[in-house]
Design a protein around this ligand. Structure first.
Ligand code: DP6
Length: 323
């Protein structure tokens, strides 16, 4: 029996991953960029030949076989192949600090924590780049959770995904940004990202979005490097809009934002000292400087959003225990 416990952070994309060129390997259509959050998932993994089948518990709830095979199972299959032990099975227990499916990227953090803990438990000696590729196979956005700070995921060109991995652009200490997360809804989303992304292939505006991402990514990275606040906020809002525009342009019809989300967009744009971004859900992530957090909280309160969660720019995963 080999056991390890690790914790890994969630991340918020400021250039969104939406659309795949390969669904099994989670190879994206475009590069994406994220800020690592300080919201963590802790995962214990036990590998043994005496376990009958892979099992996963999240906050005490046992996942059904379908859920296991489409996320953790993909990572485990890869590991079994890598170590050449086809009969090795795993028991995985995860605990999230935040609601599991409320658009706070718990699957990303969960996959990163699983990969990190597995690397420790089995002594695989993978470097971060290798681990990011493996986390990607579990859940695309998970590859960005292998690093702290500001993280770039290169989409890559190859069919085998060997050039689709992440790297840290700037460490957490680079910029004192805060993510003020408005908790509008903690409900599970009706259409998971994975299904939503399949639909985007039908969007006539997808090509324009991919061009937009390619053309503005260097500028966005430059705005982080030089800490040009106004430009940075403008670009992250445009990138959020761009993803939600192609989502609305998909067929069958799909949308993740609600009336409150739209009010937040107007209010934050007018405020001028913050930027909004939304993942596949209605909860706003308002990115701002530490000194503006109080004002942003007041603005959200004015829109009826009383419950917020704050996150600073977080560190990457860490090992907690190895047996
Ligand atoms: C809206 O990484 O959850 O959060 O690769 O199918 O597991 P799979 O999808 P997932 O999608 C995340 C989508 C997003 C944008 C982002 O994080 O870049």
């Amino acid at each position: 029996m080999r056991r390890a416990v690790a914790e890994a952070p969630s991340n918020i994309a400021i250039v969104k991953y939406w659309g795949k060129r390969d669904e099994l390997l989670n190879l994206p259509l475009n590069d994406s960029l994220s800020i690592t959050l300080d919201l963590m998932v802790k995962t214990e993994v036990v590998f043994s030949h005496d376990i009958y089948r892979d099992e996963v518990y999240i906050n005490g709830r046992r996942l059904d076989e379908g859920e296991v095979s489409s996320y953790a199972g993909r990572v485990l299959n890869f590991i079994r192949k890598k170590v050449g032990q086809e009969s090795l099975r795993a028991s995985i227990k995860s605990w999230t600090e935040f609601p599991e499916s409320a658009g706070l990227a718990s699957s990303a953090a969960g996959m990163a924590a699983l990969v990190w803990a597995s690397n420790d438990a089995l002594g695989l000696s993978m470097d971060r780049r290798e681990m990011s590729k493996l986390a990607r196979i579990g859940s695309g956005s998970g590859c960005r959770s292998i690093y702290g700070g500001f993280v770039l995921w290169r989409r890559g060109q190859r069919g085998d995904g060997e050039d689709s991995y992440c790297e840290q652009l700037f460490p957490p200490s680079h910029w004192d940004l805060v993510d003020v997360i408005g908790m509008i809804s903690e409900a599970k989303k009706k259409v998971p990202s994975r299904e939503g992304m399949k639909r985007v292939k039908s969007a006539p505006t997808l090509r324009a979005r991919l061009e937009f991402v390619e053309n503005t990514l260097p500028q966005l990275i430059g705005s982080i490097e030089k800490k040009i606040e106004g430009l940075f906020y403008e670009l992250i809002m445009k990138h959020s809009n761009s993803m939600h525009a192609v989502i609305m342009d998909s067929w069958p019809p799909l949308h993740y934002l609600n009336d409150i989300s739209f009010s937040v967009m107007e209010t934050i744009y007018e405020y001028g000292k913050a930027g909004y971004t939304f993942d596949a859900g209605p909860n706003p992530h308002i990115i701002t400087r530490e000194g503006n957090v109080g004002e942003v909280e007041e603005l959200l309160k004015g829109l009826g959003i009383e419950k917020v969660r704050l996150s600073r720019v977080g560190e990457g995963p860490r090992t907690i225990e190895v047996d």
